[in-house]
Design a protein around this ligand. Sequence first.
Ligand SMILES: Cc1cc2nc3c(=O)[nH]c(=O)nc-3n(C[C@H](O)[C@H](O)[C@H](O)COP(=O)(O)O)c2cc1C
Length: 308
Amino acid sequence: MKTSVLDVINSKERVNICAPMVRYSKLPFRALLRKYNVDICYTPMILADVFKNSDLARETDYSTNAGDDPVVVQFAASNSEDLAAAAELVAPFAGGIDINCGCPQKWAIQERIGSHLMSDPETVRDMVRTVKNRVSIPCSIKIRVHPDLRETYEFVKRAESVCVDYITVHGRTRKQKSTEPVNFEGIKLVKESVSMPVFANGSIFSNADAEEMYEKTGVDGVMSARGLLQNPAFFSGYEYTPWECIEEYVHLALGYGTNHFIFHHHLMYMFEDIMSNAERKTFNTLSSIPAILDHLEEHWGLDVNKLI
Ligand SMILES: Cc1cc2nc3c(=O)[nH]c(=O)nc-3n(C[C@H](O)[C@H](O)[C@H](O)COP(=O)(O)O)c2cc1C
């Protein structure tokens, strides 16, 4: 049995959350973050229909263990039946189910999932209602703001009417790039409009950013994506990724097993502010896990034998 996300929210005044991230927020990275003051971790977005129908997807899309707690499984779905069937499969192994209403990619909108749902509040209402009837763990939504905040208000009030358990708001519209400023007013509006907990998301790269978000919006928790990729230890107060965090990631990733692409990319993110441009250029060309380990041993003093 996993810890219910609502128990975490009720037991802490402020909650630190790792965002869902396709490819990245998988078990080894979640295990790393739990050592650095992250209270709740999300899985990457999982396609509910594929998960429901494919043995292979069920084997590869979600793995967990006793230490991976609390964990929220995020699904992308276009209808309540796919979503509820997938939710039933993971409910014994999850602390919450989240519905992705924010993915802005073209293919997702064509599939009527992700941010398409921001213009289809009735389907979202149906999804929340159905999931809540079929599983007993919390059901949340992760949304973006609309260009017209009145629409956001209507959207969250409808979700509230079917008792969604909490809401995460990414303070950008579906057309905005992640480099554009976060709309604090939009997040604050959601927090003030509904009675359930609200998490804020968007450009949290440090504890100072988290503090600013709390001050400006009054939310119950803050969620970070790119900030945690670059520095998984920032919620513990580290300004840059500490070396022991990188060592720990290598240890976890090798122990759990991970593919070269994900391993390499996590390390590239973590080294982003640490390596010089020239070092980064060399590091980015390494084409296998052994080559990366050799490089880290030679240039950074990594002791692989100590880690395994
Ligand atoms: C590599 C990457 C993968 C992402 N995958 C997902 C996903 O699976 N589900 C989701 O809801 N959002 C996803 N997002 C969006 C983030 O969860 C988050 O909403 C967005 O990056 C804004 O937060 P940030 O400013 O802290 O990066 C992803 C973002 C990144 C950078």
